[in-house]
Design a protein around this ligand. Structure first.
Ligand code: UD1
Length: 429
């Protein structure tokens, strides 16, 4: 299994191109199941999760063609890929495929809407809490689906098609909002989703569906209205920039010091996280086509944050922010409200010398003047990258094990960091 070796201590200086958002790419790819025409996605990131979803979509009969050169199109990392679900050959998403990535469960929405049936294994994914699927099931039932659970599979049927309805989410869910949005595009009549997720990735999916002929209004607010249409067509859509990757590199610069231009991204995608970074003493300015992040000397100031659905502080940046706060000049509090078990990085950060104590959903971080490198291991994607950025700021050598988590969500991490002066290398095997 690959490992990443980091020798910490260098500031980051240079340019980091930000990739297309993983969390938008996945639902956008799944939306290709809604039409027999071709959906072309530009700026698709090259990630293990994207490849895994390609296998899952292939199993349903989607033809996938990568356009032209596979790497470095548009002068950067993006790829353009065609997805064509001319015929759906299988409406079952099996355990072997779905258990590897939670988002693959989302195929249930388009399969049910287009084919009137779907049998999808209960999902797996990052080990960050129980992550049930009750909201998906409840929501789809409000669109007239009959749903049973047997042998670890969710069996959903709507032989006469889905029917528009009103559904008020009891809790905000990104995935369940994506699924309801996709399912409702082909339902008969109007659907109103209340307490919908407002994440930029939901807006990106809605924009793509609108380009495919869907009638959607209100995406990005908590009430989304969808008027069902008989069929959707193909479209060409560019995946929005990855705000979590943006925030992660911004936090890395805040931690190591230096001056980096994060290219092809926008401040608007993560205002709350950038506010917390500014409060920590990091200089952040909007530049043409990107964001410039600088910290040259000066203390890292302690800042309290609480994760919340968008536009709140993202749970996917919580571990990285904790890494930053571990070096702050003072005490900070980090409260996690989205997932009940998302503090597994605490023990690993402690191996580098971080001082963190947990009480319920709140971590109290007492900043220390130095972290020292150590071998570490992480059990989820964002926790892994928090260890990488802590390693960049630590004295000596840090080896991050289980790199496959990083490959799920960060495109060419070592290359992007090395280009800015970090000492980072992948050790194969
Ligand atoms: C998505 C993101 C993930 C991010 C999360 C929260 C993708 C591929 N993943 O995950 O990176 O951390 O949003 O911003 O986009 N819940 C239920 N019942 C359900 C569904 C969810 O109780 O049926 C709960 C979850 O356990 C969690 C909360 O709702 O406590 C939010 O989860 P959700 O927004 O659904 O996360 P994902 O869509 O899985």
């Amino acid at each position: 299994m690959d490992r990443i070796r980091i020798v910490g201590g260098n500031p980051l200086n240079g340019v980091i191109p930000i990739s297309g958002a993983k969390n938008a790419a996945l639902p956008l790819m799944i939306a290709s199941l809604l039409t027999d025409d071709t959906l072309t996605l530009e700026n698709l990131p090259h990630l293990a999760d994207v490849e895994q979803l390609q296998r899952i979509l292939g199993n349903h009969g989607v033809d996938i063609a990568v356009v032209g050169r596979r790497e470095r199109q548009d002068g950067a990392y993006a790829r353009t890929v065609h997805f064509t679900a001319r015929t759906i050959v299988d409406t079952t998403a099996p355990y072997e495929l779905v258990s590897k990535m939670r988002a693959s469960f989302w195929v249930i929405g388009p399969l049910l809407a287009r084919m009137g049936e779907a049998r999808v294994s209960l999902p797996g994914g990052c080990a960050i809490g129980t992550r049930p699927v009750d909201l998906f099931i409840d929501g789809l039932r409000h669109l007239g689906a009959e749903i049973d659970i047997d042998n670890g599979y969710v069996d959903a049927r709507a032989p006469k098609g889905l029917i528009g309805g009103r559904y008020v989410f009891p809790k905000v869910s990104v995935g369940a909002t994506h699924v309801m949005l996709m399912a409702a595009t082909l339902a008969r009549g109007q659907t109103v989703i209340e307490n919908a997720a407002r994440e930029p990735e939901v807006v990106d999916l809605a924009n793509c569906l609108i380009a495919m002929g869907a009638k959607i209004s209100g995406a990005g607010t908590s009430i989304i209205t969808i008027d069902g249409v008989a069929a959707l067509s193909g479209a060409r859509h560019r995946v929005l920039p990855d705000r979590i990757e943006t925030g992660t590199y911004a936090m890395a610069v805040a931690m190591t010091g230096g001056d980096v231009l994060l290219q092809n991204t926008s401040e608007k995608l993560l205002e709350n996280a950038l506010l917390a970074l500014r409060r920590s003493g990091t200089e952040i300015t909007a530049e043409a086509g990107g964001i410039r992040v600088r910290r040259n000397g000066g203390d890292i100031l302690p800042v309290d944050v609480t994760t919340d659905p968008f536009p709140g502080f993202p749970t996917d940046l919580q571990a990285q922010f904790m890494a930053l706060m571990s070096r702050a000049n003072g005490i900070s509090h980090i409260t996690e409200t989205i997932f009940e078990n998302r503090f597994m990085h605490v023990q690993e950060l402690a191996r580098l010398g971080a001082q963190v104590s947990l009480s319920g959903q709140t971590a109290t971080v007492t900043g220390v003047p130095v972290l020292r490198g150590a071998p570490v291991m992480a059990t989820d994607l964002r926790a892994s990258v928090s260890l990488v950025i802590a390693g960049l700021a630590a004295e000596g050598e840090t080896v991050v094990n289980r790199v496959y988590h990083l490959d799920r969500g960060f495109e060419r991490l070592e290359e992007k960091l090395t280009n800015c002066g970090a000492v980072v290398e992948r050790i194969s095997g």
